[in-house]
Design a protein around this ligand. Structure first.
Ligand code: FAD
Ligand code: SIN
Length: 528
């Protein structure tokens, strides 16, 4: 069994993980793990851009206010201020790393608009911002002599005192056990500090805009290790995912509505959003997704239309080159016809509870990015605030580690992974079947509109699956698929329990049994 020892272990190679690693690498040796390719997280899939106050006439106060309004008052104001005020600096850093943000006319950068924002404040690289950001961060990481990248390492569990040669119950985190996808061997990665940057859990749902790896691994690992997890009921459904039998999980950016795209009924070509909200297509996401869901169910449709074909073809091709080309390849010319779309699971607003320095409940363990609940998003994330959160908290965690590194104890001897009582699985079908089952009942029972009865049905199924997966996990050698399944069960459980706990409708959590919003906004905090 390989044993790797570094100063700091970062689990995740998206915007949050690489930001932290690059900051730390000037002084320390850093390992960065990814469970598949280094660029396979959500970061590279981001389309619209990054929100920041960058133009005369816009203000921090306005960005803060928009974030709080979208978040239905559940946001932590101090966190929102911290992130919004650090946004321009984060953009400057990215530009210095070589991210080629689209230039503006009179202004330095072109700013686009998205739902819930009262100003144009989204910097972007065409309609493929995430790819440009991931590329720049990755190139810098590859070039840095103090960063070692480990692709194809699926983290299994955090190493805590109970895994040490001399047992300790203090909960300190010393690194992680991971399986090498190529060889199937289990390795240990240890360091004085560990940063979780494993992204979200949207693949707990059948239909999702997110990459395959968004299975909430970090949330589940932190929960099992003893961290509190918060606000998991707030799963964001993006209103406009392409509806197509061949191309799945393809987002149509909100910026398309920001630039004039309209939502229409396929039955009569009429707009419906003005009936639901005075901001119409530019209302916050929870409202737009619920309106689409309502119209789909009311009229028995498979999808509704997003139409930008009334704009000049050159404008559309210039603003949305990636989407234009991708849809043209499957026979949809967006300059001439509308796009069939449905809402799909997109973003996990809840997660591992952190403070403003990226600290979790456990000594030695930090977290940043979509895996966390930092207080920024509240009950509904404002569009394009999430990449921003990755940069600000990736840096915050790194800064805190740097300030305290010398006081941090060095890792003790760790017990090797014990595989003496397991065999190779002869029933892979169980893993595949249970994967599908979770994602199906989460979509049907824990989706955009909820009821207590449906949530209870989901809870019952989670309990059955938990038993089955635990038996399987105890008897067979771990594989990346089994790790994800085990984590999905934990995450589904956390989402359902949080949803049952909230006796009101707020932001993304809408339940027919409690349709009103209570006066007081209170976080859901689950304690292991
Ligand atoms: P990710 O980028 O998802 O990276 C997670 C990393 O963790 C990966 O390297 C993965 O391999 C690794 N990992 C996970 N589990 C394990 C494990 N068990 N072991 C080892 N490694 C593991 N946000 C915006 O602000 N603006 C946008 O325009 C925007 N557009 C989006 C478009 C799409 C289609 C999607 C899906 C999301 C979009 N978002 C956008 C959201 C944003 O992209 C994500 O919230 C953000 O990229 C998350 O970054 P992260 O670093 O936290 O995680
Ligand atoms: C989009 O481009 O619509 C996604 C933006 C986001 O999720 O913040």
């Amino acid at each position: 069994m390989a044993e790797y020892s570094f100063d700091i272990v970062v689990i995740g190679s998206g915007a949050a993980g690489l930001t932290a690693a690059l900051n730390l690498a000037d002084r320390y040796k850093v390992a960065v793990l990814a469970k598949a390719g280094i660029s396979d997280g959500s970061t590279a899939w981001a389309q619209g851009g990054i929100a920041a106050v960058l133009e005369e006439g816009d203000t921090f106060e306005s960005h803060i206010e928009d974030t709080m309004v979208a978040g239905a008052g559940l946001n932590n104001r101090a966190t929102v201020e911290f992130v919004v005020e650090n946004a321009p600096k984060a953009i400057e850093k990215l530009a210095a790393l070589g991210v080629p943000f689209n230039p503006g006319g009179d202004e330095r950068w072109h700013l686009t608009r998205e739902g819930g924002h009262s100003h144009r404040r989204i910097v972007h690289v065409d309609d493929a911002t995430g790819q440009a950001v991931q590329r720049a961060l990755e190139q810098a990481a590859v070039a840095h002599p103090n960063i070692s990248l480990f692709p194809d390492r699926a983290a299994i569990d955090l190493i805590t005192g109970k895994h040490c040669a001399r047992y300790s119950g203090d909960g300190h985190v010393w690194g992680v056990y991971a399986v090498d996808r190529a060889t199937g061997t289990i390795e240990t990665f240890t360091g004085r500090a560990t940063i979780l940057a494993t992204g979200g859990a949207s693949r707990a749902y059948l239909f999702s805009t997110s990459p395959r790896g968004s299975t909430g691994d970090g949330i589940a690992m932190a929960w099992r290790a003893g961290c509190r997890v918060s606000n998991m009921e707030f799963n964001q459904f993006h209103p406009t995912c392409l509806f197509n039998t061949e191309v799945k999980n393809f987002l149509i950016t909100e910026a398309m509505r920001g630039e004039g795209g309209l939502l229409k009924l396929p039955t009569n070509g009429r707009r419906f959003m003005p009936r639901f909200d005075k901001r119409a297509e530019l209302a916050p996401r929870d409202i737009v997704a619920r309106a689409i869901d309502h119209e789909i169910k009311r009229l028995g449709l498979d999808y509704v239309h997003l139409d930008i074909s009334h704009k000049p073809a050159e404008f559309i091709e210039a603003h949305f080159p990636t989407i234009h080309a991708r849809l043209l390849a499957i026979g949809i010319d967006i300059t001439k016809e509308p796009i069939p779309i449905v809402p799909a699971a997109h973003y996990t607003c809840g997660g591992v509870l952190i403070d403003m320095k990226g600290r979790t409940d456990l000594p030695g363990l930090y977290a940043a990015g979509e895996v966390t609940q930092s207080g920024l998003h509240g009950a509904n994330r404002l569009a394009s605030n999430s990449l921003l959160e990755c940069f600000v908290f990736g840096d915050a965690a790194a800064e805190h580690i740097k300030r305290h590194f010398d006081e941090m104890p060095t890792p003790p001897a760790i017990r090797p992974w014990d595989e003496s009582r397991v065999t190779d699985s002869d029933e892979e079908v169980i893993v595949q079947h249970n994967w599908r089952e979770i994602r199906r009942f989460m979509w049907d029972y824990v989706g955009i509109v909820r009821t207590t009865k449906r949530l209870e049905r989901a809870q019952h199924r989670v309990a059955l699956l938990r038993q089955e997966v635990a038996d399987y996990y105890g008897n067979f050698r771990v594989t990346p698929d089994l790790i994800e399944l085990r984590n999905l069960v934990d995450v589904a459980d956390l989402i359902v329990r949080s949803a049952l706990h909230r006796k009101e409708s707020r932001g993304l959590h809408y339940t027919i049994d409690y349709p009103d919003m209570l006066d007081e906004a209170v976080d859901t905090i689950l304690v292991p």
